[in-house]
Design a protein around this ligand. Sequence first.
Ligand code: NDP
Length: 320
Amino acid sequence: MNEKVRCLIIGSGPAGFTAAIYASRANLAPVLYEGIQPGGQLTTTTDIENFPGYPEGISGTEMMEDLKKQATRFGADIRAGIATSADLTATPKKIVIDGEKTIEADAVIIATGATAKYLGMPDETKYAGMGVSACATCDGFFYRKKVVAVVGGGDTACEEATYLSGLADKVYMIVRKPQLRASKVMQKRVLNNPKIEMLFETNTLGLFGDNGVEGAHLVKRMGEKDEEKFDIAIDGFFLAIGHKPNTDIFKGQIDLDDSGYIKTMPGTPKTNIRGVFAAGDVADSVYRQAITAAGTGCQAALESERYLVELAEAECELSK
Ligand code: NDP
């Protein structure tokens, strides 16, 4: 089952939806597949307070619903479905959706985002859905008046710990370095929160519990002379240690950096393949903000438009 489109957008975060708004307003009749997490990572975040234009902040889910409505209003065809394989070197490019339907596209905008990382302990799998989570806003509700731990020292970890402190009785932050990496404002928020206890220079060795997570085995100053192993009693264990770009299906076809992020030409969403553009977190290991994702989504749509005009001109020349 094949379908030909001019502009295919893969992913439904701020980058994908912004690309869809611009591409539909430019009459590119874009088709957007929402992917595994419709609305992207922002649907799992708390209030967004730093997106310009929302003086009181807005919830991630609400913002993504608004972006979707805006794209639909201009005619973007937004569909449920996951891109399961791709041939970006073909002309037109071929993307398989849900393992069965092939979309042939002249221009492709990859906006597949990034996914939360885990520590890699077998216990994370053992207790998946039974106390282990990488999304406080999705699962925090289950931990009202309980004790939880958040792993990580970046902005995400601080945000998750702050959010959880509004629900749980106590929140541990397990930070492997002697200091936080998060921005000063976020650091202040957790360090001044009486419900949050910081465990600096601490790593997690494992989890325990008969019916779901009941505690974590930790180690302070791992590998040092004064290394100290200890346990904490917790009901929930939240990972907030960064993200992995969702580029597995493009490996070997498109230039990626060492961490798997799509390489783009500086200041543009252009990849090494003509007609393939990357927008948002899938190509951004540095800024990773909703506003930067939206900005690159806009750029990707504008570049797609230019590319499609060039393609039409070249085809016109050939047919003469
Ligand atoms: P970061 O990469 O900034 O931080 C990851 C944290 O996890 C670091 O403290 C890191 O430790 C720790 N970590 C990584 N691997 C391990 C491991 N194996 N074991 C233990 N700890 C580990 O990721 P974030 O997701 O926090 O943030 C990503 C980007 O998004 C940042 O640019 C951030 O500013 C931004 N952001 C902004 C927000 C906002 O403005 N509201 C909210 C959330 C994120 P170490 O420091 O030792 O490397």
